[in-house]
Design a protein around this ligand. Structure first.
Ligand code: TXA
Ligand code: MG
Length: 327
């Protein structure tokens, strides 16, 4: 299959591909999504195949109007309504009891569905023009860092999907915050909308163990989280306690090229390549692109741990999952 690269002005063509059961990658404010008609089980099955995604990892349903939530979810508790009123459109996904319209392929057989209304204009136009909710996981090969440009999408999925809409680099760079509201509020995946912020609105929120631990064991509520994620092919060492300088020097002695990713200004010259981020926002925005890039250029990637406050929790969550070692 030839993958078409569409301009944002070619929404009508992209929408007709979706309506006809095809796959279109599109930008959102977080990362690129790989979309199919969420009401078409056969189309949704193609997403799993194109990504090489395990069949037990459910996907997010994207809508363009708040009122469409009633089509995809059967129950919207009062506190979920508060979240929707405050954060939609935006980078927040809410897990609710599903409606009968949503096929089991979307939810991997669960009785809940993850829903989000993105704020990206191209995404909203595409969903509106398609006239159906769009199921879309991140548009990367399963296990790889998420795509934040159309080129990343092509690097992973060229020839496997019908089209990609090139909307430039995404704004936030990390996937949406996922919160389950089908029972007691539980944070399943941290993102730009922080746990601290959500607590102000909802009060107590449980945090799923996969948010802070590097767990690959079977996890009941956060199904996708047991797989290795966001991972470059090169070994990634996340340094929490170890001495970074000594570590880099030990690799340099063995003639290994080291890429260092850090938010600390005082870094180590023994690294061959240093990627320094001044703010946690810029680290979040460029993290996946950086992982894809340095992967090709070095023997080992060393990342210095950041604070876990606010957006830092999301950055560290992705790094723990990408890491082959945490020391
Ligand atoms: O920012 C985002 O959320 C991007 C853009 C494209 O919207 N999408 C995205 O999708 O990151 P994906 O499939 O890569 O991640 C969706 C996450 C997975 O961890 C999945 O396990 C979880 O949401 N999820 C989906 N449905 C769920 C459900 N019913 N219950 C619990 N978790 C669910
Ligand atoms: Mg993903």
């Amino acid at each position: 299959m030839q993958t078409k690269i569409l301009a944002p002005s070619e929404i009508a063509e992209a929408a007709s591909i979706i309506k006809n059961g095809g796959l279109v990658a599109f930008p959102t404010e977080t990362v690129y999504g790989l979309g199919a008609n969420a009401l078409d089980a056969k189309a949704v099955r193609k997403i799993y195949k194109a990504k090489g995604r395990p069949g037990d990892n459910p996907m997010i349903v994207h809508i363009a109007n708040k009122a469409d939530i009633f089509k995809v979810a059967s129950e919207i508790p009062p506190r979920a309504k508060l979240l929707i009123a405050k954060y939609w459109p935006g980078p927040l996904t809410v897990v609710l009891k599903k409606s009968a319209l949503i096929p089991k392929e979307v939810t991997a057989g669960r009785d809940t569905v993850a829903v989000r209304m993105p704020s990206n204009k191209i995404a909203l136009e595409l969903i509106t023009a398609a006239g159906v909710p769009i199921a879309a996981p991140s548009a990367n090969k399963s296990g790889s860092p998420s795509a934040t440009t159309a080129q990343h999408v092509l690097d992973d999925l060229d020839g496997k999907i019908d089209a990609v809409i090139d909307g430039g680099e995404t704004d936030i760079g990390l996937e949406s915050t996922v919160i389950s509201m089908s029972d007691k509020p539980m944070l399943l995946r941290p993102g730009k909308i922080s746990l601290e912020e959500l607590k102000k609105l909802l009060g107590k929120i449980e945090v799923h163990p996969s948010v802070t631990k590097k767990t690959r064991k079977s996890v009941a509520l956060a199904p996708g989280m047991k797989y290795r994620h966001y991972s470059p092919k090169t070994d990634l060492i996340l340094v929490q306690k170890a001495n970074v300088h000594a570590l880099i020097e030990s690799y340099a002695k063995k003639k290994k090229t080291v890429a260092l990713i850090t938010t600390k200004e005082k870094h180590c010259d023994a690294a061959h390549l240093i990627v320094y981020f001044k703010t946690i926002d810029s680290m979040a925005k460029h993290l996946f692109a950086t992982l894809r890039d340095v992967d090709k250029k070095c023997d080992v990637i060393i990342v210095e741990a950041t604070s876990e406050r606010e957006l830092g929790l999301a950055v560290m969550n992705r790094l723990r999952k990408a890491a082959s070692r945490i020391i």
